[in-house]
Design a protein. Structure first.
Length: 119
């Protein structure tokens, strides 16, 4: 066997045995990149959506007043709620159904949101 050819075969075999960098971390990074590309709605955008949505948003049984909507919008806009979730609140708050990390964030915001609803 030719030495050059033997080295080439060894190199190819070695490359096949090296694990690739494409794994779960790459998929997670890609998801995060997509999520970060979603623009974060402003507080006024969220407040307008809450006022026009009517009831059954964030546990409210009544329609939000403008003051309540502005308060809730400020709370959620400043929170760790993902841009995707906040975009959903700004687009159709009645269909908002947080999952995963966003559900945890909303749970932590329950008291501040309740305080807004008493205004």
């Amino acid at each position: 066997m030719n030495v050059t050819r033997g080295c080439g075969v060894a190199l190819v075999i070695g490359m096949l045995l090296v694990p690739t960098a494409c794994g779960k971390d790459d998929v997670d990074a890609a998801k995060k990149s997509v999520a970060e590309s979603i623009p974060r709605p402003s507080s006024p955008e969220v407040a307008d959506s809450l006022v026009t949505a009517g009831k059954k948003v964030f546990g409210s049984k009544k329609k939000f007043t403008k003051s309540q909507a502005e308060c809730v919008a400020d709370v959620v806009q400043r929170s760790d709620l993902s841009n995707k979730a906040l975009q959903q609140v700004a687009t159709d708050p009645t269909a908002f159904n947080p999952t995963g990390k966003d559900a945890d964030v909303i749970e932590k915001l329950a008291d501040p949101i309740r305080a807004c609803l008493t205004k």
